[in-house]
Design a protein around this ligand. Structure first.
Ligand code: C2O
Ligand code: CU
Length: 468
């Protein structure tokens, strides 16, 4: 199967002559709102080179309908405030769904089996149709048998464009993930029970866009917009840029009100990081995206300056256009206690969407896998339009990237000290941390709330909030 060439010249980099607002994409945002033609997305089995030595069999991915040799799932491009439609066709030999991680869309489009839609069985299809309200970097993945389906490759990036945003000299989307492969390049057990009960089971091969340390050519002295998606089932990254200066412009798809110099950024499963990297002046100089967790730096991807310098100045990078949202009214907020704990109670039932056979984790003492037909009561019943304060407490010795579907929250306070008032859909709660997340319950439906370390999700750290 084809993989991107190791050195990929950034499409269009030569034509984006000026850094400026809307330059280059003006005109692609029409005003007519005819129903969009659905994008055909097939869930497929494939094989391909992951470890650089042997083709890995039984990869699972998304492919555009009719694509002859499926590989890395395509980056789906949408436009803020414009309708998007996709038809998922299931060509796997097991049920699946698509969840659009971070998009605030109607509950019926959210992709959670039983709770929001039926399973999509092999040979069947499902039509998704929604209008993304927010611009930014998001991603899509199944919500059925997730440890296997995500673990074997089913993760793709989503870019929602805003015509008001600046156009940079180059853009690279990086989908970061690991693979559990043996020395023969084939999948080994996706998890070890003793690790699922701790930080999760790590992969053996690290990749970005299904490649080990891919290289990209970027105009010298230019601005590179880097959209990073952490789609691994387990790994938390401490990312830094070596060889250039960079600014953080968005976290978890949401623009920062003020661009912030990147020193090191912690990004957990489910999270996204948008950077502007100012490439070095001299042709051939390289810049590395590195992971320094737990210590020794590992290069994830490399960017090489090419051509004459564009002489950009990082001081010119303006914040992205803000997304719409409702400010939580803390004076009227109702508090919702949510305690993340370990549990010894083994209640894992077999399920159409797979079971690891264990319960290791719970929210408010209830263990649920999130995709089985036995949802317990909602963690909270919320009234449409009201403000809630999720009082989240982690009483485990492990970090959990906890993710809420369908709505964003704002980080209000944390026992770890001062926190940035970030707006997000995923919060990495540290061992013994207490955090307050405020939200306006503005989207009706049953919304899953779970740890994005998929072994934790699948062994009990899942619940849901009901908004009506
Ligand atoms: Cu990426 Cu239930 O989510
Ligand atoms: Cu967790």
């Amino acid at each position: 199967m084809p993989l991107l060439s190791r050195r990929t010249l950034i499409q269009g980099s030569a034509v984006a002559a000026a850094y400026g607002i809307g330059a280059g994409i003006a005109g692609r945002f029409g005003t007519a709102s005819a129903a969009p033609k659905p994008v055909g997305i097939d869930a497929v089995l494939t094989e391909g080179m992951i470890d650089g030595k042997t083709a890995t069999k039984k990869l699972m991915t998304y492919a555009l309908a009719g694509a002859s040799e499926p590989g890395l799932a395509p980056v789906l491009r949408m436009r803020k405030g414009e309708e998007f439609a996709a038809r998922l066709s299931n060509r796997l030999d097991e049920p699946t769904t698509v969840h659009w991680h971070g998009l605030r869309i109607p509950n019926a489009m959210d992709g959670v089996p039983i709770l929001t839609q039926p399973y999509v069985y092999p040979g069947d299809s499902f039509d998704y149709r929604f209008t993304p309200p927010d611009a930014g970097t998001f991603w899509y993945h199944p919500h059925c048998n997730t440890l296997t389906q995500i673990g074997r490759g089913m993760t793709g990036a989503i870019v929602v464009e805003d015509p008001k945003d600046a156009v940079f000299d180059a853009e690279v989307v990086l989908n970061l993930r690991d693979w559990r492969l043996g020395g023969d390049g084939q999948f080994i057990d996706q998890y070890k029970a003793r690790d699922a009960a701790k930080s999760g089971t790590f992969g053996t091969v690290r990749t970005a866009n299904w490649q080990t340390q891919p290289d990209y050519d970027v105009p010298a002295g230019g601005f590179l917009r880097l959209r990073i998606v952490a789609s691994d089932v387990t790994r938390i990254y401490n990312l830094r840029i070596n060889g250039a200066e960079a600014m953080i412009i968005a976290i978890d798809g949401q623009p920062l009100p003020r661009t912030t110099p990147l020193d090191m950024s912690v990004i957990a499963p489910g999270q996204r990081l948008d950077l502007v990297v100012r490439m070095p002046e001299s042709e051939g100089a390289s810049v590395d995206l590195e992971d320094i967790r737990p210590s020794r730096p590992k290069t994830i991807a490399r960017f090489r300056s090419i051509g004459a310098s564009l002489k950009r100045d990082l001081g010119d990078v303006a914040p992205l256009n803000p997304n719409p949202g409702v400010e939580p009214d803390l004076s009227s907020a109702t508090e919702v206690p949510l305690v993340l704990s370990a549990t010894a109670e083994n209640s894992a039932e077999n399920s159409i969407c797979g079971s690891l056979g264990f319960s290791f984790w719970a929210i408010n003492k209830v263990a649920w896998t999130g995709d089985s037909a036995d949802p317990t009561a909602p963690l909270a019943e919320m009234k449409l339009g009201r403000t809630y304060l999720l009082n989240l407490q982690n009483v485990t010795p492990h970090a959990h990237p906890i993710h809420l579907h369908g709505m964003n929250f704002k980080v209000v306070s944390s026992s770890t000290g001062t926190v940035a008032p970030l707006i997000s859909d995923t919060y990495l709660i540290l061992p013994d941390e207490r955090v307050q997340l405020a939200l306006v319950a503005d989207n009706p439906g049953d919304w899953v709330f779970h740890c994005h370390i998929i072994e934790h999700q699948k062994t009990g750290m899942t619940g849901y909030l009901r908004v009506a």
